[in-house]
Design a protein around this ligand. Structure first.
Ligand SMILES: *[C@@H]1O[C@H](CO)[C@@H](O)[C@H](O)[C@H]1NC(C)=O
Ligand SMILES: *[C@@H]1O[C@H](CO)[C@@H](O)[C@H](O)[C@H]1NC(C)=O
Ligand SMILES: *[C@@H]1O[C@H](CO)[C@@H](O)[C@H](O)[C@H]1NC(C)=O
Length: 274
């Protein structure tokens, strides 16, 4: 690690000159080094942090939501509110800024572990640290659900998801209504009805279910649909995804929860890669 500042200084010093991709025995060739992409260091005079939804000209889509006080939380009209604060602040004379946060484990884009609705699984330790990263990372299909319906058995059947698909992200009316951007929790969101969850379990090999609001289950089927999904401990629910402006189709999904030992949920960062 001691080397890195040196390497970066070197890379930046060759920027602007048209030197071909660098490589040496110490490291493989670095794509982009011969272009003008030299943003290491941050010594520029105008300090504007980049905020992106899409990276690398459409190759990587960020499908996690930003954590902001105005984001919705389950069954609340107040939203997340004040959750992040500076414990030490440079403006108050500290050497560095140092923040702390307090966050429900089901806030924003998050993952549910089997212990969310099964107390015996909770006691046995089926927490988010036990989730299978092989399932959370791999080929995924993003589908559009008919906008006038919750996800029922009939809707599942009509989606014609090819046999063998193991990971599916369901984009619904929730995305069009921008519900994840609204502070007030909205019970009329679209989710799985119990028969839709059953159909998925019985007729497909889908083991990762992604949805675009805070719950995979429709509000009025909250408990039964979760029970159906989580009973086998084989299905992972990723909830509150940000699926705006991503074309439907096949991607590589990468999702990484925090290793919160003993927790039945975790915030999760997910990206789709073309
Ligand atoms: C440090 O915290 C202050 C608030 O006290 C904030 O205005 C400033 O931008 C922070 N600096 C950095 C480097 O994050
Ligand atoms: C800075 O110090 C003042 C006075 O002790 C305190 O009221 C304020 O909350 C502090 N701010 C931060 C960001 O730590
Ligand atoms: C989905 O179900 C909820 C109840 O959980 C309901 O309020 C909503 O109107 C339904 N949405 C659609 C599009 O049928």
């Amino acid at each position: 690690m001691k080397f890195l500042p040196l390497v970066f200084t070197f890379l930046c010093s060759i920027c602007g000159h048209s030197i071909a991709a660098t490589s040496s025995i110490a490291y493989p060739s670095i794509p982009g080094v011969d272009s003008d992409e030299c943003s290491f260091g941050g010594g520029d005079s105008i300090l504007v942090p980049p905020r992106r939804e899409v990276y690398d000209e459409g190759r990587i889509f960020d499908i996690s939501h930003r954590y902001v006080p105005e984001m919705p939380v389950w069954d609340s009209t107040e939203g997340l509110g004040h959750f992040l604060w500076l414990q030490k602040s440079m403006k108050n004379g500290s050497r560095a800024n140092d923040s702390a946060m307090k966050l429900g484990a089901h806030t924003g884009t998050h993952v549910d572990a089997p212990s969310h609705f099964y107390d015996n699984y909770f006691d046995a330790g089926f927490d988010v640290d036990s989730l299978d990263l092989a399932l959370l990372n791999g080929l995924t299909l993003l589908v559009d659900v008919p906008r006038d319906k919750n996800i029922t058995a009939e809707v599942m059947e009509s989606l014609n998801i090819p046999k063998g698909v193991r990971r599916v992200l369901f984009r619904t009316l929730n995305t069009d209504r921008r519900l994840m951007f609204k502070k007030e929790f909205d019970t009329s969101y679209v989710g799985f009805k119990e028969d839709g969850a059953k159909w998925l379990v019985e007729n497909t090999v889908i083991k990762l279910v992604g949805v675009d609001y805070l719950s995979a289950a429709a509000y009025d089927h909250s408990i039964p649909s979760h029970l159906v999904f989580l009973e086998s401990r084989e299905i992972i629910l990723v909830e509150g995804l940000k699926l705006d402006d991503v074309p439907a189709g096949i991607y590589t999904l990468n999702c990484l929860p925090l290793r919160l030992v003993g927790s039945e949920a975790s915030p999760i960062r997910c990206v789709l890669i073309r």
